[in-house]
Design a protein around this ligand. Structure first.
Ligand SMILES: Nc1ncnc2c1ncn2[C@@H]1O[C@H](COP(=O)(O)OP(=O)(O)OP(=O)(O)O)[C@@H](O)[C@H]1O
Length: 363
């Protein structure tokens, strides 16, 4: 296998006619990283991946792979390989010829390319199926053929466009683990497009959250989870309550926010410095507890609007202080020690460190 390469995306834009799909994004993906491009439909993930692969022209900016600027190189000359969502296997060819296809295009002689294809099929534990055609395989096996086919060119980076979306939920989780294992053993850079937060959290060393053609945050999953950079990231990842309000007090790292026709909320965070006008704060759903706050602004009293049992945890939705569907995730033990019902008024609270200030995107 080749060495892994860093991918450097410098001020890259994609414009289709009058639509700007990607707005001058910059991102460095260190060599050997498992990177997930994550975001809702239409946010520009696939366009970004296809520009790295060379399947889509770059409207402005540059992409560098290792020491080579690949912006104007055709896909086969970039040192990348792409695995498509639909796998794009040839139905009339057996697995060996499917996997060997790109070597055939490069003019590699038959014995050599078939031997290499068998090596790749062995790596994917598919050697027993070498003479079958794609239709005679399960979804998971087809996916492994597509991976073998992409990897046969010894790429420095593998680009994967929603590689798990065609699989049923059980197989998805199994193949997810296999992808991670494969990336770890090959040590090459993977860039994987997904709209699933769970998939990105499970796989990535680097999560790049995109929205509307821009990068909202690029960080390790734990940082994205614990310290979402923007209100969009906090809402999209789904593990924070986001409170938007008017800044009524701001001094040092302390911020007091007033929700229209609602309560006052406190955040103590470096990001608070100098904020005026309006701001957003985020509170982790699994850090909210039932009980009176220890300090003004670290809780409110509201009415339970929904109780959802999830096995090891219980999700409460609470309306109050000008906020709808504020979420508290309690452990099952906590909840059942003191169960609450829909319609009941309860106090909720959290610690000082649990409320963080969210930033805004600079364009
Ligand atoms: N060939 C094209 N011509 C015109 N507009 C396009 C083209 N391809 C994509 N777009 C637009 O660019 C934007 C970004 O699309 P892109 O496919 O990159 O998003 P995505 O995040 O991958 O979405 P999805 O998860 O739905 O695949 C969308 O508004 C889309 O409609």
């Amino acid at each position: 296998m080749s060495k892994a390469a860093e991918i450097d995306i410098a001020s890259v834009s994609k414009i289709y006619g009058t639509t700007t799909a990607v707005h001058a994004i910059s991102l460095k993906i260190p060599a050997g990283t498992y990177c997930c491009l994550l975001g809702p439909s239409g946010c520009g993930k696939t366009s970004t991946l296809r520009m790295i692969a060379g399947h889509e022209s770059i409207s402005s900016g540059d992409v560098r792979l290792g020491n080579t600027v690949v912006t104007d190189l055709p896909p086969a000359k970039r040192g990348t390989a792409m695995m498509f969502q639909s796998y794009a296997l040839f139905p009339h060819l057996d697995l060996v010829d499917n996997v060997a296809f790109s070597l055939k295009m490069k003019g590699v002689d038959k014995d050599e390319r078939r031997a290499k294809a068998m090596d790749m099929l062995r790596l994917m534990q598919l050697e027993a199926y070498a003479t079958r055609r794609p239709a005679q395989l399960s979804g998971g096996q087809q996916q492994r053929v597509a991976l073998a086919r992409a990897l046969i060119t010894d790429p420095e980076a593998l680009l994967l466009d929603e590689p798990l979306s065609a699989l049923d939920p059980f197989l998805k989780i199994r193949m997810r683990a296999e992808l991670k294992k494969l990336q770890t053993s090959l040590g090459i850079t993977f860039v994987h497009v997904t709209h699933s937060q769970e998939e990105a959290m499970a796989l990535a060393d680097l999560i790049v959250v995109m929205n509307d053609g821009r990068i909202e945050q690029a960080a390790h999953p734990r940082v994205v989870f614990e310290k979402p950079a923007t209100a969009f990231v906090a809402k999209f990842m789904g593990d924070h309550n986001v409170i938007s309000g008017r800044v009524t007090q701001s001094s040092g790292d302390k911020l007091m926010l007033s929700v229209p026709a609602g309560g006052d909320f406190l955040a103590t965070d470096d990001g608070a410095a100098g904020l005026t006008d309006t701001a957003d704060i985020a509170i982790r759903t699994d850090h909210v507890r039932i009980g009176q706050p220890s300090e003004k602004g670290l809780g409110f009293t509201g009415s339970v609007s929904n109780v959802e049992y999830r096995g090891s945890s219980v999700k409460l939705s609470v309306n109050g202080a000008g906020i709808d569907d504020f979420t508290a995730i309690l452990t099952d033990a906590e909840f059942f020690a003191n169960p609450v019902k829909v319609g009941e008024a309860i106090p909720l609270s959290w610690g000082r460190e649990d409320a963080i200030v969210l930033g805004r995107l600079k364009n």
